[in-house]
Write a protein that binds this ligand. Sequence first.
Ligand code: SF4
Ligand code: SF4
Length: 436
Amino acid sequence: MSIFSKHLPAIHVEHYKYTAESPTEKMPVPDKVYISMVQHIGAPCQPKVEVGDLVKVGQVIGDTDAFVSAPIHSSVSGKVTAIDKSLTMSGVWDLIVTITTDKKQEVLEGLAPPQIDDKDSFIKAVRASGLVGLGGAAFPTHIKFNPKNLDEVDSFIINGAECEPYLTADYRTMMENSELLINGLKNTLKYLKIKRGIIGIESNKAPAINKLRAMVKDNPEIEVMELRSVYPQGGERVLIYETTGREIPIGKLPADIGAIVSNISSVVALQNFIETGMPLVSKKVTVSGNAIRIPKNVEAPIGTPISQLITFCGGYKRTPKKIIMGGPMMGAAVYDDGMTVNKNTSGILTFDEELATLPKETPCISCGRCIKACPMLLMPTLLAKAYDAKDVEQLQKLNVNLCMECGCCSYVCPAKKQLAFTNKLGKRLVMEGGKK
Ligand code: SF4
Ligand code: SF4
């Protein structure tokens, strides 16, 4: 029996999409880029260049033979001036390749569209493009596109929900790169032999829905589906349920129920590679929040420091108290604006003290709102109790690992409990077998 009713639980959040009508502006090439060798889930890349090497745009500068990985390319032309260890946002040590740019943006000689004739050459091209999930998860795309049971997959779903407040980079991509998007979808369906393509877009993006619908009117295999404007409509499990009515059983993957989900920007970047041979070297990012002077959508070379995007957006108009990479619901706070734009960076949000200060927690009043709001039908209040007791067995029984850290429970809680964060800690506790 389905655990979901017609619609799953979701919440309404204020959208603050100030940059929706701001066409993407290309940033000037910075003096230096700092390209992390950890740009995806899986094995980190090893540098394929040395200090002193001259590099060009599109050149591979990092790769590994490990299965779960994707190559990393230079976003600029210039000289490798350092390869150092540095701390990542998640607190692990990482190698950073520093390239001092020559501002010429010379493209690697011989860069050409890949030869694609069948599924294998398509998947090979996807890896060569350096693509990973650009919406945040950063899972290597060539693995996602090639599950063991690919012949059972009948639906390729593109996530155009962009349900996080403030973020509009995907919306701008749908408006500005619609041909790449539709052609990328057609190629993916063709080479993976998937029957149906769905682009799921929230109803608050009517111009994108109308534009894409007009473009696919003669393609019955593609449907542009209007989704409710609720959060977290773009969560993978949620999106699959809302577009196909299928639910992912515990411990299974989307491909197990016949679906593959991809982000808007990933499909656009893939088609760009197919047409030009240029791998993923830049990223469209929404720079917004109440501390930034001029909120914008910016296309920046991968490895550009956040501070330079801030400067490009007129600097701060208020003293920032918090900078978030990603959206305010699921993004991560950064400790330094010297951190850089990575493949999966979708937003840089800056907030002043008033918006950044967390309200004081008070005791739970057992109102049940957190349970009603959870799209995964979990019991956040009980999970919090289990975490406080460091009860690993109970955390597992309550399926803490199903928590996608969407933050709905924390958002609706009148006691201002940081339930989503507690679940993050709970998952770590389970992973470490309670050794805390
Ligand atoms: S953060 Fe986890 S527990 Fe809270 S609403 Fe989202 S999925 Fe449910
Ligand atoms: S929403 Fe907050 S106050 Fe209400 S039951 Fe959940 S934890 Fe308790």
